[in-house]
Design a protein around this ligand. Sequence first.
Ligand SMILES: C[S@@+](CC[C@H](N)C(=O)[O-])C[C@H]1O[C@@H](n2cnc3c(N)ncnc32)[C@H](O)[C@@H]1O
Length: 341
Amino acid sequence: MSAALLDVPVVDGIPFARAGRDDLRAEVAGLLAHGEVDRARVALLADADDWWTEPAPPAEQLARVPAAGTLREAMALLGMGRVADYFAHRWSDPTHLAGLALLQAHWPGTRPVVDVACGTGAHLRELVRRGCTDLLGVDVVWAKLWLARRFVCPSARYVCADLTAAPDLDVTTPAYVMCHDAFYFLRDKPAAAAAMHALAGPGGTVVVGHAHVADPHGEPLTPEGYAAVLGTDLLYDDAELTAALLAGRAPRPAGTASLAASEAIALVAGDPLSPAPVDLGEPLPPLSPNPLYVDGELTWPSDRYAREYGPRSAHLPARWPDPLPADAARRRLLVDLPEAW
Ligand SMILES: C[S@@+](CC[C@H](N)C(=O)[O-])C[C@H]1O[C@@H](n2cnc3c(N)ncnc32)[C@H](O)[C@@H]1O
């Protein structure tokens, strides 16, 4: 482990190196020095995104998180609200499928992979199940990494850090550095792009998925702006990526001018590598019925989720089809949920 990572407190195997949290780091280190691992974990589980407006749940509630039997139970105890809906149903949402299409077209192979802003690790889980072994997930929210390690992808390595102020993360280069559904949030995009390129190293690959353009959430750039900051002209429309995965075909890259009206785009910089030798459009068994179907009806977890993903989820019919179509798994009527979903 790098000297920088040896200097920060580690709870449940996840170093806490988040920038701007010196007081919390000192508190956690002090608790660990007194053997108070449970209290240290509670302190870390209470730490959230800077933009999160809800208060942290009471410490007694957070102390029950390790005993949760499922991802959803743990997220409920953590008080994650709408973010819990997003992570619980990541397996069939159109932006996750777009991320899979990017991996399909630009496969890391045996390269080390860093998933920046990995959240609860849905993409890392897919990579592990497809044979990738050298995986690192980085996120600013320690609780999300804890969920990833406990419920979604235990075999990856995790570090809690801010992409733009991370310590040496011990990544062998050339690496494959990806960031899905998060780059548009980052305020200092030149610094974020530079950090991703530095992690990838010479000859490495930088992949940014679902970067908002017309969608106003976060702090979006134009396609030209993203292309310039990442130093690439290999771009895709996000909806085209989703459609390509669902159709089992290669996605078509697009020029910046034609992407001006896209809700979101994706970019690949550095070595574009080759397509995956496997079909990520076909989820791996064991498969379960998509839990968005309740009593045979497609039932969104909230109005907010319905507004965001409903119009972009034509692959999910309103009613559970009987008999199931031959492409039920490709359309995510059947999904590969984590064992303790
Ligand atoms: C919408 S989620 C996407 C999660 C994951 N990439 C996925 O596709 O499922 C955005 C994530 O970005 C993380 N994040 C935001 N700013 C960050 C930063 N500066 N460095 C690392 N992670 C960050 C958040 O904590 C959150 O988990």
